[in-house]
Design a protein around this ligand. Sequence first.
Ligand code: EPU
Length: 307
Amino acid sequence: MVKGQSRIPSVPMIRRALLHAEGEILWQEPLAPHTSLQVGGFADVLVIPSDVEDVIRVVRGARMNNIPLMVLGGTNVIIRDKGIRGIVMQLKELTKIQEELNQVVYAQAGVRLPRLMQFSHRRNLSGMEWAAGIPGTVGGGVMMNAGTRLGEMKDVLQAVDFVTIHGKQKRVEASTLTFLYRKTMLPQGIVVGAWMQLRSAAKGMIQSATKNYLDYRKTTQPLTWPNAGSVFKNPIGDSAGRLIEAAGLKGLRIGDAEVSTKHANFIVNRGAATAEQVLMLVDKVRNRVGRKFGIRLQLEWKVVGER
Ligand code: EPU
């Protein structure tokens, strides 16, 4: 998130900040449909920049006018019901993807991870198998060091294409970054793309790895219901799903928010859940697991928006 100083920006101030923006501008946009869990309130404005130059124009405009600016990936995030003040930016028009020299693939931030995986596999490039079925984007994947038991972003990331809060585009080498479990330590700014160092492999090997993995996900995860991926990080040496199930919480429901009966570390939206219901359920699960096992589960999701 790139923050300005003003808490509640006025519409004229936001208009001024977006004077030079060329992409789509949606005022008072409901954000729930832009997220995989389908909860959350309105953004003052949702901006969909047409290209990186447009991202830079929005960043500079927001900074000069002190307007809070947030990038929304939409798959690992819960937006509170009161929505988000200021500018929300979605990078879904940044969809360029290309093969460079020496098995490096460059993808812009809005490229979906499964598309990047397919693109790589068509060229017999291995390294992205872990991304099979992850609904997120390259930008989100870099920010949170996305991963599964097959691997994670840091294993392949060569460099990040980055726009600083001052609106300058630069290449940040992965070797200069620190990667944590589901978090990449980046300076404040916006990821607009990434270079991934892959390696050549036989097509059959890549395909069987991803197929087994996709089958495993389909049988173990509630992929047909709106969800935001794993709710909690796995505690060291254990798994959040196992703990939640052992606490007897599968199927626990508040309104339309439900602890999945298929995988306990998922909360699904059974229709008209609100962010408040989802977050109450998160607290309840955390408290019950804490009381039973003495382990405090940590949220993998990012929670944003007005309280
Ligand atoms: N388990 C239960 N009950 C459940 C769910 C799981 O006992 O309701 C047990 C399983 O039997 C297994 C263990 O918990 O022994 C681990 O479960 P699973 O293999 O499903 O993996 P996970 O640790 O829950 C992680 C990632 C997922 C990724 C899967 C598969 C995290 C927090 N989650 O889940 O990533 O898809 O591995 O690789 O690391 C995500 O991050 O959004 C995500 C979905």
